[in-house]
Unconditional design. Structure first.
Length: 366
C-alpha cells in the first residue's frame, strides 16, 4: 500500500483561512498521522497473510536420524519448505536414531518426526523395543519407500543371506532399536537366527558402516540410496555389495509387519547396486502426536503435498513417488484428524482408509 500526501494548491490570497498548507508544522503533522495509519495497515496485512497455522505453533521441530541419512536430508528440506511457505521457524533436529525421538513425539516434545513403518508399528503397540505403547503417535503422510539390505565388503565372497552363517553381523543399533526386529526377520529368510551368527551391537548406522570399513564386522544393513553407504563404498577397496534376500521371503513380513520384499533396480541414486536385487522395503512417514492442533496438521500436510513437485526436483529419492501415493490406506498407526481432513478434500481418502483407521483407533480402546 502506497500513501501519498496531496497538498492543496493556494489559488488566491484570502481563499484559505487555516494554517498555510505548505507550513512545516502541517506537513510534519500529516506525515506522522499517515505513517501511523500505514504502520497499522501493514501490521494487519502481515498478521493476516503470515500463516494459516495456529498462533500456538511458533516453531516446528522435525526429529530425524543423524546427518548423512536420508531422514536428516529430507527433514531439512521439509523444514525449509514449511518455513518459507508458512513463515514459521522450522528446524530439523538430528538424533542417534528414531527410537530416541518417537517417545518425544508421543510426549509432544517435538512437532514432527520422520519414522519408518516398522518403528510406527512397534511403538504404537508398545512391542519390540518399546516397553509401553506410544498411543499418541499419529501419521500425517507417507514420504517414500526405503529399500534396505545387509551389505558386505565386495571382496568377502558373500552374496546371499544364507552365507552369513558364523559371520560378524550387526543386529542391534541402540539408537534405532526397531531395526533389530527387521534384521532378525531378514536373517530368517535365509534360515538363520541371531544364534547362527556372531551378533554385534553398535550405537547406530554411522558406527556400523565405520566398523565394516575397518574390517571389524562382516555385515551391516544400509539403505540402497544412503549417502553414508556411498562413503563406505568409496572408502573400501573394491567397494561394498548388497546381499540377496534369502529364499523364504514370506518370513520378512510375517516377523516384521510393515515390511515386504521387493526387487531393487540399479538407478542414478542407488549405491553399489549393479544388478536387480531382492531386498527389504518399508515406508517412511512424517509423524506427529495428538498434541498438534487439527488445523496446524491440515496446513502442514497441505503445504507438503501441494509442493511435492518442488521437493521432487530438489531430492532425487522422491522423484519416482507420485503425490497421490502419499496417503496409503494400510498405515500401521492412525492418521491425524488434520491429515484426514485434507486427504478427504483432495480425494485421497476412501472407505478402505476409514476401515483401517477404525481398527487402529480401537487398539487402545480395548
Amino acid at each position: 500500500m502506497i500513501f501519498r500526501i496531496h497538498h492543496r494548491r493556494v489559488r488566491a490570497a484570502g481563499d484559505w483561512t487555516g494554517p498555510p498548507v505548505q507550513s512545516p508544522w502541517a506537513v510534519n503533522y500529516l506525515n506522522r498521522v499517515v505513517a501511523a495509519f500505514a504502520f497499522l495497515f501493514l501490521a494487519a496485512g502481515i498478521s493476516g497473510c503470515h500463516s494459516e497455522v495456529d498462533d500456538q505453533l511458533s516453531r516446528i521441530t522435525i526429529g530425524s536420524n543423524p546427518p548423512g541419512t536420508n531422514y536428516n536430508l529430507l527433514g531439512g528440506g521439509i523444514a525449509k519448505l514449511l518455513q518459507e511457505r508458512l513463515g514459521v521457524a522450522s528446524t530439523v533436529r538430528p538424533f542417534g536414531g528414531s527410537s530416541v525421538y518417537v517417545p518425544m513425539l508421543h510426549r509432544g516434545e517435538i512437532t514432527l518426526g520422520i519414522n519408518s513403518s516398522m518403528d510406527s508399528y512397534l511403538s504404537y503397540r508398545g512391542t519390540g523395543p518399546y516397553e509401553s505403547p506410544m498411543s499418541n503417535l499419529r501419521a500425517l503422510m507417507s514420504l517414500w519407500t526405503v529399500g534396505l539390505m545387509y551389505v558386505v565388503r565386495a571382496d568377502s565372497g558373500v552374496h546371499r543371506i544364507e552365507e552369513l552363517l558364523g559371520k560378524r553381523v550387526v543386529i542391534i543399533m541402540r539408537a534405532n532399536t526397531s531395526l533389530a526386529s527387521l534384521h532378525r526377520a531378514i536373517l530368517a529368510t535365509g534360515g538363520l537366527t541371531e544364534e547362527s551368527v556372531v551378533p554385534i551391537t553398535v550405537s547406530g548406522l554411522p558406527e556400523g558402516l565405520r566398523l565394516l570399513t575397518e574390517g571389524r564386522v562382516d555385515a551391516v544393513s544400509a539403505a540402497i540410496d544412503l549417502a553414508l553407504a556411498r562413503q563406505a563404498h568409496a572408502a573400501i577397496p573394491g567397494g561394498i555389495r548388497f546381499l540377496e534376500m534369502g529364499q523364504d521371503e514370506q518370513k520378512l513380513s510375517e516377523l516384521m509387519p510393515g515390511s515386504w520384499v521387493a526387487t531393487a533396480i540399479p538407478g542414478p541414486v542407488t549405491v553399489a547396486l549393479d544388478r536387480p536385487t531382492r531386498i527389504a522395503n518399508f515406508n517412511s512417514f512424517i509423524n506427529t502426536g495428538v498434541h498438534l492442533p487439527e488445523n496446524d496438521a491440515y496446513i502442514i500436510v497441505k503445504t507438503i503435498h501441494g509442493n511435492w513437485e518442488s521437493l521432487q526436483n530438489d531430492y532425487p529419492i522422491l522423484a519416482a513417488i507420485p503425490a497421490d501415493s502419499l496417503a496409503p490406506a494400510n498405515t500401521p498407526h492412525p492418521y491425524h484428524p488434520g491429515a484426514i481432513r485434507y486427504f478427504k478434500e483432495v480425494g485421497l481418502w476412501n472407505e478402505v482408509h476409514e476401515g483401517n483407521q477404525a481398527k487402529l483407533m480401537a487398539v487402545h480402546r480395548q
